[in-house]
Structures are given as C-alpha cells and as structure tokens.
Write a protein that binds this ligand. Sequence first.
Ligand code: HEM
Length: 232
Amino acid sequence: MNRLMIFRLSVDLSMTVLMVVAMAYQITGNMIHEVVGISLLGLFILHNFFNRKWYKAIFKGKYNARRILGVAVNFLFLISIAVILISSAPISADVFPFLSSSNDMIWRQIHVLTSYWGFIFMAVHTGLSWAMIINSVSKMTDIKHASRMRTIVLRVLAVVIVIYGVQVSVERDIGEKLTIYNPFGWGYDDSAMRFIIDYLSIMGIYISGTHYAVKFIQKQNKRKLTSSTTSK
Ligand code: HEM
C-alpha cells in the first residue's frame, strides 16, 4: 500500500467526518460550522483532483445500469456541494460577513435543504465505491484471505446499523428536513456523540443500500452474459 493511497483514503475519511460535523450546526454553533464548511471545500477540490481521470473517461466506453447510476449520483453530489457553497456566502455571519445579504431567507432555505440532500448523495457516492474502499483497507491491514466468520460478523453489523439508521431517520424527521426548511431549528435535544452516531448510521443506510444494489446489478449482468454465451 503506497503513501499516496493512504493519503487519499485519509482525505475521504476526513470529508465524511467533516460532513457529519457540518450537519451538526445546532451543536457546533456558527463559527465552527463556517470554518468546517470552508475546509470541506478544500478537501472536495483535493478529492476531485485525485479522481480527475473519472472526468476524462466520462465520454468513453459503454454505459450500463451501474455506470449510469454512478454518473447521475456523482453529478447530483457535485451540484449539491456547489449550491451549498454558493448559498453560504450571502448567509455567512463570521467568515464572510462582508458578503452577507440583508434579504437572505431564500438563501438560507436553499443552503439547508441542499445540505440534507448533499449528505444523502455523499452516502450514495460512498456506497458506489464501497467495494474499492474495503479492498484498499484490506490491503492496508494486510488481510489477504476471505473469512466466512468475518463476513457474517460484518453483515450482521451492517444490518444493525441500517435498522438503527432507519429508526433515527424517523425520530429526527429526516424526510421532512429534505423538503421543508424550519427557520427555528428542529429543537432536537442532542449530545455531540449521539448526533455523530445517529448521522453515521443514517449514512450507513445509503452506503449499504447502494453497495448491495450495485452487487445485485453486477450479478444480473454476469448471469445475462453467461446465459447469452451458453445459448450461442
Ligand atoms: C459542505 C459544506 C456545508 C454543509 C454540509 C452545511 C450544512 C448546513 C446545515 C445542515 C445547516 C442547517 C442545520 C439545521 O438547522 O438543521 C446549515 C446552516 C447554516 N450554514 Fe452551512 N453547511 C456547509 C457550509 C457552510 C459554509 C461554508 C457557510 C458559511 C461560510 C455556512 C453557513 C451556514 C449558516 C449561516 C447557517 C444557518 C442557516 C439558518 O439560519 O438556518 N455553511 N448548514
């Protein structure tokens, strides 16, 4: 495992953690939120620089269901991050107070609603690369052989995370937060640790959902391919 790979994985992990911290506006307060948001922009640019080959390959090769899903999600994620950051300038109170607008209600609505969507897109985007992430972590930790026991433990853990994630999504009104802006906040009494666990579990739903959906699509494609070659 080379150093660059470790650095790239650290950037991805930091982005995930900072995204959860950025979502915790009611806990961190405004100043930390704005600084974390700007730092995320820096990491986002770095992440795109490392993955610039993806943009070059976009018009090359054939498109199957997996690839269409990947391109659609990546663009939605890219657009949401751009909108979050553009809308942050007119509502900034600490980092860019000179840019803030007096008529900022619409920008606040755009910023907050897009943030919840961006959070979901980020999780789906991570789910699309989950197999590659697991592969890199296995290399890093020198795990070479498949283990039935390890697979069972990890799958049970994934099921627990998803069940908990669904429960807290309902408790925290995530569905409403994706559609309605509440200017008075959502009034959920929270500790920082509880928020992090809950939001990581919500991410877990979309990461594992996407990962298993992609596995299913790939299995179907393989089956189609083998049945068409055997029928020839
Ligand atoms: C990717 C980066 C960012 C994400 C994910 C994000 C996310 C959020 C979320 C989820 C909220 C609402 C929290 C809630 O009430 O439920 C919020 C509010 C806010 N954010 Fe950000 N934010 C980001 C970047 C920024 C930046 C860069 C700034 C300013 C420089 C900023 C300024 C604000 C302000 C002022 C509010 C309060 C809006 C209100 O009055 O309701 N954010 N942000």
